[in-house]
Design a protein around this ligand. Structure first.
Ligand code: MN
Length: 236
């Protein structure tokens, strides 16, 4: 039980961080799978991430229905979360955002590939899912489980997926992993934009993206970054 309490605390911190770092604005959300019951996940009720508090966190089944029926408004794009958890047993946390720096990679032929070392974690290339391919003209939001499952099929075993004309979904083995990846994607996008103004961009090679790193097994850097992000977001 104490672990769940700590997990919820981290989930609230992650909400604040994603707001503070400009990954989520008024919209966007982050969830975490219940480690005691992999068939449910925790997600805030419908609030802007920067405002989320512990009392806002609700538990949902993987079909995206609330475990305890509620009258409180809940995010309509829940299918993104439950369908990722269904498709990917390895995923423990899911972020959906409309980060402005990432949108261009979903609406052009320019691929989202790592150009800086902090973006190695997003994988060699982030696939782009187009809701129109199988669902025709929609409002582009993922509001049905079929749409969520279709997005997951495009993502495959990638770390993230861009959603054409909408935003992106990022996964993680933990809340922290997902948050660092979302921030890494944004920083990578900015480096590419700035780089393109100066000239041709050199991307990391596949070998560089997949190269073993002693740093990856050392959690100290990870903890240091989390502490930094919490401080910036005003989280105790
Ligand atoms: Mn959305």
């Amino acid at each position: 039980m104490r672990d769940i309490k700590a997990l919820i605390k981290d989930l609230v911190a992650a909400n604040r961080i994603l707001g503070n770092e400009g990954i989520c604005d008024a919209l966007g959300h982050i969830s975490v799978r219940n480690p005691d019951n992999p068939d449910t996940y925790f997600l805030s009720r419908s609030r802007s991430p920067e405002l989320v508090e512990e009392g806002d966190i609700l538990e949902f089944n993987l079909d995206n229905s609330p475990v305890t029926p509620t009258d409180t408004p809940i995010y309509i794009e829940r299918p993104i979360h439950g369908m990722v958890y269904q498709a990917r047993p390895d995923v423990m946390s899911v972020i959906h955002n409309h980060c402005e720096e990432l949108l261009p990679f979903g609406i052009t032929k320019t691929p989202m590939r790592p150009a800086v070392h902090t973006a190695r974690r997003i994988g060699v290339c982030v696939p782009v899912w187009d809701i129109r391919d199988n669902f025709g003209d929609t409002d582009l939001l993922v509001t049905t489980n079929d749409q969520g499952a279709d997005m997951c099929a495009c993502m495959g075993d990638a770390k993230a997926v861009l959603m054409r004309g909408h935003g992106c979904t990022v996964t993680g083995k933990s809340i922290q992993d997902a948050v660092h990846s979302a921030i890494g994607m944004k920083k990578n996008a900015r480096a590419i934009f700035t780089g393109l103004e100066l000239g041709e961009v050199t991307y990391l090679t596949e070998g560089e993206v997949n190269a073993a790193s002693p740093g990856q097994t050392n959690l100290r850097g990870h903890d240091r970054a989390w502490e930094y992000l919490c401080r910036r977001a005003g989280v105790a």
